[in-house]
Write a protein that binds this ligand. Structure first.
Ligand code: GLU
Length: 285
């Protein structure tokens, strides 16, 4: 059977200006959609109240236009979808899979928590306790969730079939104290709502897909395929970051550089001196 036309998305968080790593990710998502005769969507992940800077959205749109990476349909903003995140959290709460937690990061460190793919693995202090839900974060009871969902698989276009191991996250936060949903919950719901059939993103988020696959099972969502591409890295192997001086796309744009030529260079894996594609190594226990 022929594969369905891919529907992909680029999902930047407007926490800072985009850099070359973002441009590469956008080129991958755009080209996989276009070469497959499919669609490419743009989603702004703007619900991180402490870091999100709405004034940067216009810069992101201008960067993509400059790179000649046109998207289909209206720009999706997570801030317009808070009700769907709340409804999904309520559904998980109603079947006893979420519990409130007031622990601070310091509490979790003090409990001797181990490092997971996405921060510290919660030691379970509030699980089963009578905790005031007001102002709490809500965590997934991972053991119960995994028991309910059973064995799960997912498929990565580069890495191949994967047995889902969401338990590597422990009792992950799905509703944050200061935000209506965690990245994991919001992105999983949005990919389903937008009919994304091929989730493209960097290998730094490879482990997240184990958890997203579990959330799809718990919430009866369709299961896409994934394509985790290697990241652009600096000579020391670390991923590009604005804070380490990677020039912003907006600076190149304003300096009159040719955006299409830059996108084409990224397509051909011709990177500026000192940058290369990482090995695609994913988080390992
Ligand atoms: N918003 C995420 C980021 O900027 C991308 C998430 C995703 O592609 O699933 O890193």
């Amino acid at each position: 059977m022929p594969l369905p036309r891919p529907r992909t998305r680029f999902a930047p968080s407007p926490n800072g200006l985009l850099h070359l790593g973002h441009a590469f990710a956008a080129v991958v998502a755009h080209d996989l959609a276009r070469t497959g005769g499919g669609e490419f969507l743009l989603r702004i992940e703007d619900i991180d109240g402490t870091r999100s800077r709405p004034e940067l959205v216009a810069e992101i749109l201008a960067d993509l236009a400059w790179l000649e990476l046109g998207w289909d349909g209206a720009v999706v903003r997570q801030s317009d979808r808070l009700a769907s995140y709340a409804a999904a959290a309520e559904r998980l709460r109603a079947i006893g899979l979420l519990y409130p937690c007031h622990c601070t990061r310091a509490d979790i460190v003090a409990a001797g928590a181990a490092q997971g793919p996405d921060g510290l693995i919660y030691p379970g202090t509030c699980r089963g306790r009578d905790v005031d839900p007001m102002g709490a974060a809500w965590r997934l009871d991972m053991a119960r969730a995994v028991a309910l969902a059973g064995a799960l698989m997912w498929d990565d276009a580069i890495a191949g079939p994967q047995i889902a191991t969401p338990e590597i996250f422990g009792d992950v936060v799905l509703v944050r104290k200061e935000a209506p949903a965690s990245y994991h919950l919001a992105a999983t719901l949005d990919d389903a709502a937008d009919g994304i059939t091929l989730v493209t993103r960097g290998t730094d988020l490879f482990a997240a897909s184990h958890l997203h696959r579990l959330l799809q099972a718990l919430l009866d969502l369709p299961v896409p395929r994934w394509h985790h591409h290697p990241l652009l890295v600096e000579p020391d192997g670390r991923k590009l970051a604005k804070r380490r001086g990677s020039p912003a796309l907006a600076d190149r744009r304003r300096a009159g550089q040719d955006g299409l030529a830059l996108a084409d260079a990224l397509r051909a894996h011709r990177f500026p001196t000192g940058l290369s594609l990482g090995s695609g190594v994913v988080w390992a226990k």
